[in-house]
Design a protein around this ligand. Structure first.
Ligand SMILES: [Fe+2]
Ligand SMILES: [Fe+2]
Length: 362
C-alpha cells in the first residue's frame, strides 16, 4: 500500500514538474498600474510571473484566471495580472511553470494624462502570414507603447488557425513586448478561443464583450460587431453613455465593420446610424475599422473613417465615393502619435513607404 502511494505521489509530482509553457507569453489590457500576461500551457498548474524594473525581478504574481482553448488535448491560457506598477515605466518579466520558463521580455506601462505616446494599428491579417510577419516586425521597429487590432486575426475560430495564422513568430515577438487590444472580427468571431487568447480591460461596460479605456490623453471605445450593436442593444447604450461621459481630448472608436466604405463589403447601415446618433454629437476624431481588404480614408461630418483592412488577408478593389479622400489597394498598418493637442497618423505599406498621413490639432 505504502509503495503504491509513493508511486502515485511520484507520478503526480512528475506531472507537476513536466507542466510546460507552450507559447511565448504576451501582454493584454495594459494600464498605468497593471498589465495581464497571458501564458498558454499544457497544464492548469499555477504559473508564476516574476517581474521588476530589471532582470532581477523583485516581484511576482500568480495565475489569476485560466481559460481553456478548443485544442485537443486541451491547453490552458493562464492570465496573470501584474499590479502596483508605475506609469510609463519599462518592466522585465518572465513566466515559470514547473521546470519550464519563458525568455525575459519587457514592456512599458501606460503613460499618464498629458504625456505623448505612440501606438500602432492593424486589422485583417488572416492567412497572409508572410505579409503579417513583415508588418509585425515593422510595427515592432516603430516602437509603439501598445497596439490596437481590428479583428479577422485568423481565418476562423479554430485553435489551429489562431496558432498558425495569428501567433506567428514575428507577432509573438511583438505581442510579448507590446500589449494589444482587439476588436473581434467575423472570422475569429467572439468565441471560446478568442475569449481565451485575449483579456480586455475592465470598463463601465461590465463585460469583456466590448469595452473602453483611456491611454494618456486618448479615449478608445472598442466595439464588438460580433455581438448585437443596433439601437436598443446594451452595446449601443454603452457606446452612447461612454462617449458622452469621457472628458479626454481625443476620441477614437475601433470596430471591425466600417460604417462608411465603398467597394469590398460596402457600407453598414447600423454602424452609420450609430455614427450619426453617437459618434458625431460626441465629436469622435477617428473611427478605425477593417473588414474590407484595402485602405480607404473617408471623411464624413468631421470624422475620419479609416478602412485599413488588410495586414495580410487577400486584397479587394476599393471604389471611390464622394466622401473618400484617398484609397489604395495595398496591405497596410498604421502608426499614430498622440499628444495633448496634436494627433499624427501614418499609414504604411509592407515596404514601409507612407501611403497616407494626416494631422489633427485641438
Ligand atoms: Fe476581413
Ligand atoms: Fe471581416
Amino acid at each position: 500500500m505504502r509503495i503504491l502511494i509513493a508511486i502515485c505521489l511520484t507520478i503526480l509530482f512528475q506531472a507537476h514538474l513536466n507542466a510546460r509553457i507552450i507559447m511565448q507569453p504576451y501582454l493584454q489590457a495594459v494600464t498605468t498600474s497593471s498589465v495581464f500576461v497571458l501564458i498558454e500551457c499544457d497544464s492548469p498548474d499555477t504559473v508564476e510571473v516574476k517581474f521588476g524594473t530589471s532582470k532581477t525581478y523583485n516581484q511576482s504574481a500568480k495565475t489569476e484566471l485560466i481559460a481553456t482553448t478548443t485544442a485537443s488535448p486541451v491547453t490552458y491560457v493562464h492570465k496573470v495580472k501584474l499590479a502596483g506598477l508605475t506609469p510609463a515605466t519599462n518592466y522585465h518579466y518572465q513566466a515559470i511553470q514547473g521546470k519550464s520558463a519563458s525568455r525575459d521580455a519587457t514592456f512599458y506601462t501606460a503613460v499618464s494624462a498629458g504625456m505623448p505616446f505612440r501606438m500602432a494599428w492593424m486589422a485583417d491579417c488572416r492567412t497572409g502570414t508572410a505579409i503579417f510577419g513583415k508588418i509585425s516586425a515593422l510595427m515592432l521597429q516603430a516602437n509603439p507603447m501598445f497596439a490596437i487590432y481590428g479583428g479577422d486575426l485568423c481565418i476562423n475560430s479554430e485553435y489551429k488557425s489562431w496558432k498558425k495564422q495569428f501567433f506567428i513568430k514575428d507577432q509573438l515577438a511583438f505581442a510579448s513586448c507590446v500589449p494589444f487590444f482587439n476588436s473581434p472580427g467575423n472570422h475569429e468571431g467572439w468565441k471560446q478561443n478568442t475569449k481565451a487568447f485575449t483579456e480586455n480591460p475592465v470598463s463601465a461596460s461590465g463585460t469583456q464583450d466590448y469595452y473602453s479605456f483611456d491611454y494618456g490623453d486618448l479615449h478608445i471605445l472598442s466595439l464588438n460587431t460580433e455581438v448585437p450593436y443596433k439601437k436598443g442593444s446594451p452595446q449601443y447604450e454603452f457606446a452612447a453613455s461612454d462617449l458622452a461621459a469621457t472628458k479626454q481630448p481625443w476620441k477614437i472608436v475601433i470596430a471591425h465593420v466600417p460604417a462608411y466604405c465603398r467597394g469590398g463589403h460596402g457600407e453598414n447601415k447600423a454602424m452609420i446610424a450609430m455614427t450619426k446618433a453617437i459618434f458625431e454629437p460626441n465629436k469622435v476624431d477617428i473611427v478605425l475599422t477593417g473588414h474590407s481588404h484595402f485602405y480607404q480614408h473617408n471623411l464624413i461630418n468631421g470624422i475620419h473613417h479609416l478602412v485599413t483592412g488588410s495586414a495580410g488577408a487577400p486584397l479587394s478593389n476599393p471604389e471611390k465615393a464622394d466622401y473618400t479622400l484617398f484609397q489604395a489597394k495595398e496591405y497596410q498598418y498604421a502608426v499614430i502619435d498622440v499628444s495633448t493637442n496634436k494627433l499624427k497618423l501614418y499609414i504604411y505599406n509592407p515596404a514601409n513607404e507612407i501611403l497616407d498621413s494626416f494631422q489633427l490639432e485641438k
